[in-house]
Design a protein around this ligand. Structure first.
Ligand SMILES: [Zn+2]
Length: 408
């Protein structure tokens, strides 16, 4: 029997089994279109002991994250928030030109560039060499490595210690979550602060956001769980903010157990909300499968009706959540229910979505195909996408299936 990736307790309870799915970021090049996709079980379980929701892993991280094409700098809205983050942290924690800010999973330098602009020393840690090279070419020093205790010790032995650390959308994406968090304990100076952002899995449960589940997303975190996670590495959550990103995220402020930061009232408030949502009880997790199946049925009925009525349907958002949705519903190119998926990321355009094999096109190409409807697979960015397509002259409808069925 598989055991919990945090506490080691045997896993007995299924949250939802989404069947077989390829790795969500395994975009297919057209010259490889003859090769079959590799499918892996996408099975999520919940630990009765610590309540961590987790995807069972079937593949090594080196395979999952090779040829990884996620460039953070492709969303304007996101970049604005990053600039604001840098300004806020500099002010709140008194960072100066003497300080060193380390970001883990620093991607293409999208966040650290804003600290650098303010004259603060920065260091990124990023496992994907292709993405890291983009950061380095922008002048953001980047250590190419997976983060964990070993990397942290290597940096510390070079005399590197952080005055501030950031980890955005990464803690949920590491297989060995204890080793990852342990690295922060090693690198943080005595009163330094690390912030962690992740999608709040209370929303996954309450709003049936099953499309947040994919192989690269190993753990589904709540604040209650995060407190236990950090405490196990001698760290403490002292503040929390709610963010609208990724369908509702949390930003945790974490320090050493004995650091001077006092716990804010926001921590108790979010813990209360999680308790009210029943996240501390196993019953809450049962019934999730049935609710997800109902969404699948409603979405399929809608798309089949659209086809029967001769309406042309496109989609927007060639990201992991779109892949989970398309593969769970088995919306392959052969079925002809959806013509293509648009995305702004030029590295994805011209490729095929894994599993479903729908072609990825530019937003301009999608509009040129004159669809009657566009499915918002990236529903968390609905406003930005709708604005973008309208400005390109799209006049049809927008439809989203999650977190609830909506026609714009
Ligand atoms: Zn556990």
């Amino acid at each position: 029997m598989t055991s919990c990736r945090f506490c080691g307790h045997p896993l007995k309870h299924t949250l939802v089994d989404l069947g077989l799915s390829p790795l969500a970021n395994a975009y297919v090049r057209t010259d490889q279109a003859d090769l079959p996709d590799r499918f892996y079980p996408l099975h999520t379980m919940v630990c009765e002991q610590c309540k961590l929701m987790q995807v069972l892993d079937y593949e090594k991280p080196e395979v999952i994250f090779s040829d990884y094409l996620y460039f953070s700098s492709f969303s304007d809205q996101w970049l604005k928030q990053c600039c604001h983050y840098a300004e806020t942290m500099i002010e709140r924690f008194g960072l100066s030109s003497e300080s060193l800010v380390i970001e883990v999973a620093s991607n293409d330098g999208y966040l650290l560039q804003f600290f650098k602009e303010k004259g603060i020393r920065v260091l990124g840690v990023e496992p994907s060499d292709k993405v890291a090279e983009v950061a380095i070419s922008k002048g953001v020093p980047t250590d190419i490595a997976f983060f964990g205790r070993d990397t942290a010790r290597r940096l510390r032995d070079q005399g590197i210690q952080a005055d501030h650390m950031a980890a955005n959308n990464v803690v949920a994406h590491v297989p060995d979550i204890n080793d990852f968090v342990g690295g922060f304990q090693i690198l943080l100076k005595a009163d330094a602060v690390a912030t962690f952002e992740f999608s709040h899995s209370m929303n996954l449960i309450v709003e049936n956001q099953f499309d947040f589940i994919y192989h690269e997303h190993f753990s589904y975190l709540t604040l209650g769980f995060a407190q236990r996670l950090f405490a196990a590495s001698g760290l403490r959550v002292f503040d929390v903010e709610k963010l609208p990103t990724h369908g509702g995220s949390l930003r945790l402020f974490v320090c050493h157990e004995n650091a001077r930061h006092a716990q804010t009232a926001a921590v108790d408030q979010v813990l209360e909300e999680e308790k009210a949502a029943g996240l501390d009880r196993m019953e809450t997790y049962q019934g999730f499968t049935q609710r997800v199946e109902a969404i699948r049925e409603q979405s399929m009925n809608y798309l089949q009706k659209a086809k029967a009525e001769g309406r042309k349907v496109g989609a927007y958002g060639a990201a992991a959540k779109g892949n989970t949705f398309l593969n769970y519903l088995q919306l392959t190119a052969d079925h002809g229910l959806i013509c293509c998926v648009a995305d702004r990321n030029v590295h994805k355009q011209g490729r095929l979505m894994p599993g479903s094999r729908l072609p990825i096109v530019s937003p301009e190409e999608l509009v040129a195909q004159l669809p009657d409807e566009v499915i918002l697979l990236a529903w968390n960015m609905a406003d930005e996408i709708m604005q973008q397509l309208r400005s390109l002259g799209y006049q049809g409808r927008f439809v989203q299936f999650l977190p609830s069925f909506l026609i714009h």
